[in-house]
Design a binder for this molecule. Structure first.
Ligand SMILES: Nc1ncnc2c1ncn2[C@@H]1O[C@H](COP(=O)(O)OP(=O)(O)OP(=O)(O)O)[C@@H](O)[C@H]1O
Length: 265
């Protein structure tokens, strides 16, 4: 339903889905530079669900954008499913994204004049791929919107719109699905539905998901949490609980405050 990828039996190596090597991203002109990412290296296995957390300004969105090919690192390398994301041209990068990357945003980013089904099939059309409407319908049924195919986004709740956005990402069978605060605009119940959906995509269909969130409860749906501070990975928590994540975040915020006070930044 989500894809054709079979989930390998437990214990079988699934390979890596995403690798960052020494990724650095510096914004601004010389003399006025901000180091958003300061040498981030990580490897995420296929079929994993990772939450990225950190204080405001720690580089979470920049990390996601660089990993997804929406932004280019100043230094370092990004590999998605073993292929380097290095396209010399914007066109090459766009092609790479269309073939390998799914992205879900806080504000859904659906096209308001297209129906639910048209929104979901649009990325396939843009990529010049065959549009299998039956498959698109299947994915929409899977996210609980099989009876809303001909509705416009404005006729749906926020949670339903985000589920359409997830269906739109999944129908293209991305190697990695990125979410930047995908539940940030949703009420508690809709957020839970969306998180359960992402978890199912990982557990039942082997999807790889990387999600930035501020919410420890949202992070607890992931298999593990990466903590960022000042552009660096400063911690990793497998099998996270909301309580443990919240505690770690409190300590991290205090630590960052202390460091900033000491360095006068
Ligand atoms: N286009 C840009 N130009 C200049 N500086 C930028 C730009 N984008 C981000 N930054 C800076 O880079 C740093 C990291 O920003 P980023 O948005 O990645 O952090 P974040 O952890 O996602 O923050 P938040 O939780 O507040 O969304 C911040 O200091 C930010 O001000």
């Amino acid at each position: 339903m989500f894809g054709h990828k079979a989930v390998p039996p437990a214990g079988e190596a699934r390979g890596e889905a995403l690798r960052l090597e020494g990724v650095r991203r510096v914004y601004g002109a010389e003399g006025n530079q901000v180091v958003a990412l300061d040498g981030v290296s990580l490897t995420l296995p296929a079929g994993s669900f990772t939450a990225v957390m950190g204080p405001s300004g720690s580089g979470k969105s920049t990390l996601l954008q660089c990993a997804a090919g929406l932004d280019r690192p100043t230094q370092g390398r990004v590999f998605v499913d073993g292929a380097e994301l290095a396209g010399e041209s914007e066109a090459a990068l766009t092609k790479f994204r269309r073939q390998r990357i799914g992205f879900v945003f806080q504000q859904f980013n659906l096209l308001p004049t297209l129906t639910v089904l048209q929104n979901v099939t649009l990325p396939l059309k843009l990529a010049g791929r065959k549009v299998d409407r039956g498959r698109a319908r299947g994915v929409l049924e899977r996210v609980g919107l099989g009876d809303r195919l001909d509705h416009l986004p404005s006729e749906l709740s926020g949670g339903q719109q985000q589920r359409v956005a997830i269906a739109r990402a999944l129908v293209a069978e991305p190697r990695v699905l990125f979410g930047d605060e995908p539940t940030g605009s949703l009420d508690t119940r809709s957020a839970r539905d969306v998180l359960t959906l992402l978890q199912e995509a990982v557990r039942m269909f082997g999807q790889t998901v990387v999600m930035v969130t501020h919410d420890p409860v949202a992070a607890s749906y992931a298999d593990s949490v990466l903590f960022l501070a000042d552009g660096r990975i400063v911690g990793h928590q497998p099998a996270p609980t909301a309580e443990a994540v919240a505690e770690r975040m409190t300590h991290l915020a205090e630590e960052v405050e202390r460091q900033r006070a000491m360095t006068g930044v």
